[in-house]
Design a protein around this ligand. Sequence first.
Ligand SMILES: Cc1cc2nc3c(=O)[nH]c(=O)nc-3n(C[C@H](O)[C@H](O)[C@H](O)COP(=O)(O)OP(=O)(O)OC[C@H]3O[C@@H](n4cnc5c(N)ncnc54)[C@H](O)[C@@H]3O)c2cc1C
Length: 487
Amino acid sequence: MTLIAGAAGALPIGRLLSAPSTSSQPEAADLRAVKLSGAETTIERAAVEDFRASFRGPLLTVGQEGYDAARRVWNGMIDKHPALIARCADVADVVRAVTFARERELLLAVRGGGHSFPGYSTCDGGLVIDLSSMNSVRVDAPTRTAYVGGGAQGVHVDTATQKEGLATTLGEISHTGVSGLTLGGGFGWLSRRFGLACDNLISAELVTADGKLRRVSDKDEPDLFWAIRGGGGNFGVATSFEYRLHPLNPGVLAGSIDYPGPQVKDAVEFYADLMSNAPRELSIDLSLSPGADGQAIAGMRVLYTGDAKGGSKVLEPFQKFGKPTENTIGPTTYLAVQSQADGPPLSPSNNYIKGGFVREYSPGLIEVLTREFRPDDRIFAFFQNANGAVADVPQTATAFSHRNAIANMMLWGHWHDASYNEQGRAVIHANWDKLAAFTDGYYVNLNDADPKGTDRNYGPNFARLATLKKQFDPLNLFRLNANIKPA
Ligand SMILES: Cc1cc2nc3c(=O)[nH]c(=O)nc-3n(C[C@H](O)[C@H](O)[C@H](O)COP(=O)(O)OP(=O)(O)OC[C@H]3O[C@@H](n4cnc5c(N)ncnc54)[C@H](O)[C@@H]3O)c2cc1C
């Protein structure tokens, strides 16, 4: 943790910044903050007030009403105290905030939906650019296009697009931010059919480190457009996205099927076989979670978005396989599926995840998963489908390079007791060590900073990304992400 030496001696910055205050007025003192280098700095109160005067949204400092609520992010494990939270009302606010941070070389975090597992959208002692108020969605049904603010969540987009019988790929939890998700790739129920969220981007507006607002698309700033489709938040603040939409009937076939203990290995093999040849309208997530008897349960969450007749045929193999304890497959809506696994928008749990892409469900992987991995109430395994339309895009056509994966495999830990944090992380790492050999690259939207280097995140696109990073962000202002250091 960063330390600031002051009159009270060296104290963790989180404690200094969170000193209780009952005032809802700006405090009179200068603001202590942290620079990109990690060194402490002071921001004069007058500078803060000038910034505030030029800013349309609320600019929150410690002790102000709303500060504590605004500093919370989804993961209950993350408890940080920014010096300033800039809740941007519009693009001009974003430009001002980027400029304020760059001129002072302040540590900067950018927050879309706040769902980063490692907590990259907040920081201790720096400035947070919070886009959550910029969440407008406009759907142009005739051109099948959606214009979406950088602070929107999946539910905002899905609700507006489904009204028109349209959709685009977004994540499977409705309160996840579209920004982080899209910039890192973006898997969801529809990615096998329509590609990743980033594959459906037509253009975006981006405020780069120099404070310029740029439209990026195939025609405008094509290098930057390439880089933000998988390069995470490394290249600037995306203030809006233009997405391609697809016709999607709101009525779908979906549900879950569970196979208990003795059937788990067969169920995983059945799943692997089914998904290797499945039509693109079918998506199935597999989880290994604990059953009441302490043994694992193989759970399959199923969505079929084609017509009902085709669905019965595609799902026929389930009728012939095993003895599930639960089978809830039936007609429902796409919107219901998109929120079926939602927890509260701010997780009450401490969450930690490790994930990596798998290219095949090899016998070795299935053996380790079903014989050596033991899910319990604090850890489960999860496979999200890749493949299908994701693999239609060449590996170097966008910054997202993991086009050959069949799934994204994750070990997800969650617990309430903060004293278990260290042990929880160790348990996940110990289990991950047995599975890592079966993975090929990491998903930038999940993991803590990769100790083995960013080529595991960005594959063959890493060198081009590092060159572009040097061109557009030589200071590495946007560093709280799966960071690409300027070449
Ligand atoms: C409950 C849950 C479910 C998830 N489900 C899925 C899923 O189905 N599919 C999937 O692919 N992923 C999924 N994820 C992972 C998700 O894609 C990432 O956590 C993603 O980063 C979340 O985006 P966000 O805007 O909410 O995050 P934030 O925490 O706000 O940001 C994450 C990163 O993106 C940067 N960033 C955010 N907004 C911007 C912006 N506008 N401009 C520039 N940089 C920005 C941040 O600085 C940070 O580095 C899930 C995560 C959670 C917690």
